[in-house]
Design a protein around this ligand. Structure first.
Ligand code: S3P
Length: 435
């Protein structure tokens, strides 16, 4: 449990933990590559540790030394059958990506996670994998994990995905590593492209054209050195904290700004945020920058359409930011928020309302009317926040608590360990350090 109270003047320079999506993929592709993959900046959050646990259980030696992770890959055909059920914890990325790999193995596996994970939709991967000839079943027949996968040779397909989901796209591309020809996926809007970028770096032939990408099964993948940039989804909490907390200025170093992830930066600009990118560069095949943010007088905006997949994980904290913007903010086309670690449309609306905000949940988003009047900030008040064990909800409402009267109590605050174990220490460091 954590209790937050109002603060002003957040100041300091921070580094956020490594990107979660890139950390997962580095371990997975490293395990399937020949030779050793070294990972610098790996996120040691519970989700990525679930991925490590699964590959160790399939015979991959993964060590940590000198602040780096070493994955001793055994090649595309080097995994061995795990002794028991693979534990995917809270991680949708582990589950959906690993299922693509498992579908093509010469052994059977069962995977299962925590209560949240085991209630998330898996038909979105069961459908395309079945089209490829895989044998994959939801154990309880409810379209969710536990999943039973009997690996076998796969057929190449073209898949028209009904959702813009990097997890679905990556699942099909990874199954494509084991298929008998070119496998391609078209998605309705472009989702994060870390799989495509990293598979190319490992030597696979992956082509992207518009919203379609195609993989030709490689003979081998080759171990790489991966520099994991800071996670923009984690940086987002501090971006919003600096924007809405009076008299603040924060510099966040080394954040990944891949265009398929950086929609929040565009939204901040549209909302009149004082946000600048410094030292823009490329590291490990991904664009990175330092982000400087200062308290700003924000204005409402409309967030919809193709930008949604590029900021999907940031929408809870963007909803909070909108409470501090002059006028109305409308967020649409974000149905996917309903099937994340929690129903984020419901839980964000309930908790913001409990804090006194004017938020209307819709089927696919929110309508937020801010109570900002003139120079006055939105009048939120503290509340007890049940975050349904969802890490991004806990962090969103911690930032809300810094900008609310009275006490904000985050009851299940430990769930931040999923993606950001040092989150609360880093918030505290911003009351005490100078730039
Ligand atoms: C992720 C993709 C997104 C995102 C999740 C991580 C990934 O999920 O919400 O946190 O690493 O591929 P969807 O693919 O379900 O949109």
């Amino acid at each position: 449990m954590k209790t937050l109270t109002r603060k002003t003047g957040l100041r300091g320079t921070i580094r956020v933990p490594g990107d979660k999506s890139i950390s997962h993929r580095a371990v997975m592709f490293g395990a399937l590559a020949e030779g050793t993959t070294t990972i610098h900046g790996f996120l040691k959050g519970a989700d990525c540790l679930s991925t490590i646990g699964c590959f160790r259980a399939m015979g991959i030696d993964i060590e940590e030394k000198n602040e780096q992770i070493y994955v001793h890959g055994k090649g595309l055909h080097g995994l061995s059958a795990p002794a028991g059920t693979l534990d995917v914890g809270n991680s949708g990325t582990t589950t959906r990506l690993i299922s693509g790999i498992l579908a093509g193995q010469p052994f059977s596996t069962e995977l299962s996670g925590d209560a949240s994970l085991n209630s998330r939709p898996m038909n979105r991967i069961i459908t395309p994998l079945t089209m490829m000839g895989a044998e994959i079943m939801s154990k309880h027949g409810n379209g969710c994990a536990p999943l039973l996968i009997h690996g076998r040779p796969l057929s190449a397909i073209h898949y028209d995905s009904p959702v813009a989901s990097a997890q679905v796209k990556s699942c099909v591309l990874l199954a494509g590593l084991y298929a008998n020809g070119e496998t391609s996926v078209t998605e309705p809007a472009l989702s994060r492209d870390h799989t495509e970028r990293m598979l190319r770096a490992f030597g696979a032939d992956v082509r992207s054209e518009g919203n379609t990408c195609t993989i030709t099964p490689p003979e081998t993948l080759h171990g790489q050195h991966i520099e994991v940039p800071g996670d923009i989804s984690s940086a987002a909490f501090f971006v919003v904290a600096a924007l809405i907390t009076p008299n603040s200025e924060i510099l966040i170093r080394n954040v990944g700004i891949n265009p398929t992830r950086a929609g929040i930066l565009e939204v901040c600009r549209a909302m009149n945020a004082d946000l600048t990118l410094e030292n823009v560069r490329e590291a490990g095949g991904e664009p990175v920058a330092d982000i400087r943010v200062r308290t700003s007088r924000l204005r409402g905006t409309v967030i919809e359409g193709e930008i949604i997949p590029t900021l999907i994980d940031e929408l809870p904290v963007i909803a909070l930011m909108s409470c501090f913007a002059e006028g109305k903010t409308i967020i649409r086309d974000a149905h996917e928020l309903r099937v994340k670690e929690s129903d984020r449309i419901a839980i964000v609306s309930e908790n913001l309302t409990a804090m006194g905000a004017d938020v209307i949940p819709t089927d696919d988003g929110f309508i937020i009317n801010s109570r900002t009047t003139g120079e006055q900030p939105a009048a939120l008040h503290g509340a007890s926040i049940d975050c349904a064990m969802d890490h991004r909800i806990a962090m969103t409402f911690a930032i809300a608590g810094l900008n609310a009267d009275g006490e904000t109590v985050i009851t299940d605050s430990d769930c931040v360990d999923v993606s950001y174990p040092d989150f609360f220490q880093q918030i505290e460091s911003l009351y005490t350090q100078d730039l």
